[in-house]
Write a protein that binds this ligand. Structure first.
Ligand SMILES: [Mg+2]
Length: 273
């Protein structure tokens, strides 16, 4: 969850700016939280408030309620048009395969105690809006990477598991992704299938949490969401340095900050490397 918030806030300063840079100040006056942090926190809050009662029949309705509430309280934030309609008018699934499915799912990797949990909870929180098969797959793959990283799975094994979701990862490198990535009128880079494998590759090529976030943001385009997805996986693998945590949290409102800290009470521990 923290990694998603960091990636979102750091990436927000470059969203759709047509830049592909790696060396930049992480936190500046142009940084702010966006929809990625907000929906990450909304889903985390649902798990926190319903601690241990996540398999009850009404839990999915409760997740929707928290997401709708969060959206309506932050209408001025940067929302995709269809998702804005979802929380303002009608919170029913709209067959989306947008990368919103993957940027908001990280808490699933932290509350799950088995791979079966990951599959069950990632579908539960995703199909409320992003019920397209690619949306479900994008969310599950990211939550699974987080779960596997959190329990101490070696990088090479995580890579193999991610190749099962996205065989194209086998031949993808950050360098080659950058050649064709960025702003795309067709919207390919804001789908799960057009951005999740790329975000995973940034994690797989990284050497630290900060390196992972920088690599993801250096792809350009939807930088806050790329940063959020890669950051959420990198957090589970490397942990987040305290100074980066403190700086990111300082961008949140007191209310959002309290949700962030409260979520830690339902988190499963991370195996240190
Ligand atoms: Mg965003």
């Amino acid at each position: 969850m923290l990694g998603a918030i960091v990636g979102d806030i750091v990436g927000s300063q470059f969203e759709w700016k047509e830049k592909q840079i790696y060396d930049f100040p992480l936190f500046t006056g142009a940084c702010h939280y966006t929809d990625d942090s907000l929906m990450t926190l909304a889903i985390g809050e649902a798990f926190m408030l319903r601690r241990g009662r996540w398999r009850e029949d009404d839990f999915q309705a409760f997740v929707i309620e928290r997401m709708v509430k969060m959206g309506r309280e932050h209408q001025a934030s940067s929302w995709g048009e269809r998702f804005y309609q979802w929380f303002m008018k009608s919170p029913v699934p709209y067959n989306s395969c947008g990368n919103g499915a993957a940027m908001r799912v990280s808490s699933v990797g932290w509350v799950s105690e088995s791979e079966e949990d990951v599959r069950y909870f990632s579908k539960l929180v995703t199909e409320v809006s992003h019920n397209h098969p690619e949306g479900i797959k994008g969310a599950e793959s990211v939550a699974m990477a987080i779960y596997l990283a959190r329990i101490g799975t070696p990088m090479e094994e995580i890579r193999q598991r991610m190749i099962e979701y996205y065989p194209e990862i086998l031949s993808m490198r950050v360098k080659s992704i950058k050649r064709e990535y960025g702003i795309d009128q067709g919207g390919r880079f804001i789908t799960c299938q057009g951005s999740v494998p790329q975000a995973i590759v940034c994690f797989l090529e990284s050497h630290s949490f900060e390196d992972a976030v920088r690599l993801a943001i250096s792809l350009g385009g939807d930088t806050d969401t790329q940063g959020a997805i890669t950051g959420s996986i990198a957090e589970a693998y490397y942990g987040v340095p305290y100074d980066i945590e403190d700086q990111a949290i300082s961008y949140l409102t007191p209310k959002l900050e309290s949700i962030y800290y409260a979520f830690s009470t339902v988190k499963q521990p991370r195996k240190k490397r």
